[in-house]
Design a protein around this ligand. Structure first.
Ligand SMILES: CC(C)(COP(=O)(O)OP(=O)(O)OC[C@H]1O[C@@H](n2cnc3c(N)ncnc32)[C@H](O)[C@@H]1OP(=O)(O)O)[C@@H](O)C(=O)NCCC(=O)NCCS
Length: 282
């Protein structure tokens, strides 16, 4: 059995299978989930956060499978209550193992206190300990907050775009729009990521292209009468992303203005983001 250690603020981290991270707000414990009851709590939180219909929920069985086959189910607990989780599954590309992080969720009242970032850092720490070089996940490019977290706080890059990846889903977060996704690549031990996590600052670069998402996007998505505007932004940005990625540009930065409008900053990457086994392109 793993020992339990007090880490300050009353938060406790399991020592042996620990994915240690400092507590966010109050006393939060971040640790692996390995009980069916904990996987059930993840499914309930998933239902609460995304509002999926039963048919679209990732079921308990899949959490069990992820846990058993070398993926990650990492939870954030306030006492006994699960308040956040990250789920990843192992994948292979051209012979190279990597982790695909399928879900990250934080309960509404615990958001914007650094917990989402801590769950990602816990994933990274555990992945590096097992020898992984890359973690990927997809995110909706219209979600300004997620883009900022992924690119500016974690150091992920984007150079691939998937059109309507899951088809139309029942989640109100998607508002009936096509499920276009940016593919975030998190090169766990890259200079870019290490520098950002150590200093809080990413490598400066001159943006060659910007792609903007207006702050009003959340309002437009949630109002059926204005949803067409959100769809127009999605379509226009889709073209720009596909075009820029086709020219070899990558998203290396993200800026937010005072009104909350977000801009993807794209340029040619100078650092080589590739598996050390030699494969240059993924
Ligand atoms: C995405 C999610 C997991 C983030 O969790 P979180 O605990 O709030 O994240 P953090 O607090 O670590 O970081 C969020 C950052 O975004 C910032 N942010 C908040 N609202 C924002 C907005 N509208 N625009 C831009 N940035 C925003 C926060 O201020 C914070 O940055 P800071 O640390 O510099 O202040 C959470 O919002 C969530 O569960 N969303 C619904 C599900 C989802 O979209 N999951 C991800 C895709 S699978």
């Amino acid at each position: 059995m793993a020992a339990i250690e007090e880490v300050g603020n009353g938060a406790r981290v399991k020592e042996q299978d620990s994915v240690s991270a400092a507590p966010a707000a109050g006393s939060i414990e971040i640790r692996h989930c390995d009980q069916v009851s904990e996987f059930q709590a993840c499914v309930e939180l998933q239902r609460e956060v995304w509002g999926f219909s039963d048919a679209e929920l990732v079921p308990v069985r899949m959490f069990v499978v992820a846990h058993k086959i070398g993926g990650q189910v990492i939870g954030a607990f306030s006492g006994q209550a699960l308040v956040g989780f990250a789920l990843s599954v192992p994948g292979v590309r051209a012979g190279n193992p990597y982790l695909h992080s399928h879900m990250l969720a934080v309960k509404q009242e615990y958001r914007n206190a650094g917990l989402g970032r801590q769950l990602k850092l816990a994933q990274r720490e555990e992945a590096i300990a097992r020898g992984f070089e890359l973690m990927e996940w997809t995110f909706d490019p219209l979600e300004i907050k997620n883009a900022y977290l992924n690119i500016e706080k974690l150091g992920a890059i984007v150079r691939r775009y998937s059109v309507n990846q899951y088809g139309i889903t029942s989640s109100p977060l998607q508002a009936g729009l096509p499920t276009d996704r940016c593919i975030a690549e998190w090169w766990l031990r890259s200079h870019r990521v290490c520098r950002l996590l150590e200093s809080g600052e990413r490598e400066p670069f001159a943006a060659e292209k910007t792609i903007t998402v207006p702050a009003l996007i959340y309002h437009w998505k949630s109002d059926p009468a204005k949803r067409d505007r959100a769809r127009d932004v999605q379509l226009a940005n889709r073209e720009q992303f596909l075009n820029a990625f086709g020219k070899g540009l990558a998203v290396l930065g993200y800026s937010r203005d005072a009104e909350g409008t977000g801009s993807y900053l794209l340029a040619q990457a100078h650092e080589v983001f590739a598996f050390s086994a030699g494969q240059k392109h993924i």
